[in-house]
Design a protein around this ligand. Structure first.
Ligand SMILES: Cc1cc2nc3c(=O)[nH]c(=O)nc-3n(C[C@H](O)[C@H](O)[C@H](O)COP(=O)(O)OP(=O)(O)OC[C@H]3O[C@@H](n4cnc5c(N)ncnc54)[C@H](O)[C@@H]3O)c2cc1C
Length: 449
């Protein structure tokens, strides 16, 4: 069958994009390499939209939770992943969990029933030179295609591993303890600095040594990322001073909270944890050099012993994984198109979103944008006050390109509501998002369904 759009990758994002296009009568070729003799290191079978690890779509609470809100918005856009998820749902309290076999089979059944979608089991090794294309090959994109993407984007624009440092919500940092400064006062006062005295540092160092760590999967071990992005606990193992000469270096940072008559500008701490702004809104701050393989609960416990971060709320915790993703803020336009080759859109985790639901949501949006392009309707992105819009804005330009790492949807991506008390923030964001999503749905020239 001739096609209007070629989708490469039949995971969460590719399947969702195919659904949004196919049910509008647009002819899609959906190429999935599993089932044609190829496999990724994490998938087990050949089914579309296979969930490679947990069977959870996380919270389904659309009043107080950003991913629950994303579920809500996806349902309003008749998401296939949400629809199949409902059919496959298993009890999981306020979370949405699914029977993975039923889920994958349901996605495949719905897509196969669409006459305009052709599912082809084949591996694609090159980015097509023409024709509308959606690349949704995920965090484990096959090697030849990854090489072809590097050819189109530049070798430093496609990462093969994430090295994630935790990200903290700005309003949870205690600025009566921390201060803004750059080392040696060079440039602007761009960093938030958390000071430690010797006793605190030694206790923290011991905590890193003793902290429970996550295991590397067999295919993640012996990877070259240790050269550039060593986990802090590995640095700690190299000696008690290593961190003080690395990411926790205190020199050139006068702490004004420790000013005395003798040192009116303040004094240096024994060690310093620095945080760098991570999004244009200034709501999210990245712990510099703190990529880690510590278990999540351990990270929360240990990092809250850092002075000024006692009440830190984390938008993202640290991690290190095999993960292929683009530097999307630089490479993609607001419509998820490659700036250097506008016939190619990217969708799913390869854009640098993180998680099943987020990947599917970006696939959904990519499908709608492509449909809009074909049908000639002007498909405006959802407002950035919505979960979908906030995620999209982050990926396509609002995130700091230099430190770009995969990100789940979270309220830190939403434009702040200054007048709202912190305790009511989530409800207020949700209320605003739902109202504006509704208006947007009503106002846009709808892509006909
Ligand atoms: C090991 C691992 C565990 C994860 N666990 C979780 C978790 O528990 N919860 C969570 O929310 N997220 C998890 N994620 C993150 C992420 O949400 C999933 O990877 C998600 O499946 C991403 O969706 P996607 O559609 O972008 O990619 P995928 O679902 O991986 O789909 C990509 C598809 O493209 C195919 N493909 C690749 N290259 C080619 C090619 N050249 N030609 C044709 N087809 C190709 C693959 O076979 C695959 O089917 C995990 C990721 C990994 C790697």
């Amino acid at each position: 069958m001739a096609h209007d759009v070629h989708i490469i990758g039949g995971g969460l994002a590719g399947s969702e994009a195919a659904w949004q296009l196919g049910r509008r009568g647009i002819r899609v070729r959906l190429s999935e390499m599993r089932g044609a003799g190829d496999m990724t290191p994490a998938h087990q079978g050949a089914g579309l939209a296979e969930l490679v690890c947990s069977n959870s779509f996380r919270s389904d609470d659309d009043e107080k939770n950003a991913v629950g809100l994303l579920h809500h918005e996806m349902r309003r856009l008749d998401s296939l992943v949400m629809r199949a998820g409902e059919k496959a749902r298993v009890p999981a309290g306020s979370a949405m969990a699914v029977d993975r076999e039923v889920f994958s089979a349901e996605v495949e059944r719905e897509l196969a029933a669409l006459p305009s979608v052709e599912i082809v089991r084949e591996r694609i090794d090159r980015l097509p030179e023409s024709g509308l294309t959606i690349v949704a090959t995920g965090p484990l994109t096959a090697a030849a295609l990854a090489e072809s993407i590097v050819g189109a984007t530049g070798s430093d624009r496609l990462a093969f591993f994430d090295a994630i440092a935790p990200i903290v919500h700005r309003d949870s940092i205690d600025m009566s303890v921390c201060w803004m400064a750059a080392r040696w006062d060079k440039g602007g006062k761009d960093y938030i600095n958390c000071p430690m005295d010797k006793e605190q540092y030694l206790a923290f160092h011991q905590g890193l040594l003793e902290g429970e760590k996550g295991e590397f999967k067999e295919w993640e071990a012996n990877t070259p990322y240790f050269e550039g992005c060593m986990p802090i606990e590995v640095m700690a193992e190299r000696g008690v001073e290593t961190l003080r000469f690395g990411p926790m270096k205190p020199v050139g940072l006068d702490n004004p909270h420790w000013a005395t008559a003798e040192h009116p500008n303040g004094r240096w701490a024994y060690a310093v944890v620095q945080l760098r702004q991570d999004n244009k809104l200034g709501t999210l701050w990245n712990m510099v050099g703190f990529q880690t393989k510590l278990k999540h609960a351990e990270q929360v416990r240990l990092f809250r012993t850092i002075p000024g971060l006692e009440n830190a709320e984390f938008a993202r915790l640290g991690g290190l994984h095999r993960n292929t993703f683009l530097n999307s803020p630089v490479l993609l336009d607001r419509q998820l198109r490659l700036k250097s080759a506008a016939h190619v859109r990217f969708a799913g985790q390869i854009t640098g979103c993180e998680g099943y639901v987020e990947s599917a949501a970006v696939g959904l949006v990519a499908g709608l944008m492509t449909a809009g392009e074909i049908l000639g309707s002007d498909w405006a992105s959802p407002p950035r006050t919505t979960a979908m819009g906030a995620l999209l804005a982050h990926i396509t330009g609002d995130a700091e390109a230099e430190t770009y790492q995969p990100m789940n949807v979270n309220f830190g991506l939403f434009p702040p509501l200054a007048e709202v008390k912190k305790k009511q923030r989530k409800e207020a964001y949700t209320e605003r998002a739902k109202a504006e999503f509704g208006q947007w749905l009503g106002a846009i020239e709808r892509v006909p369904a």
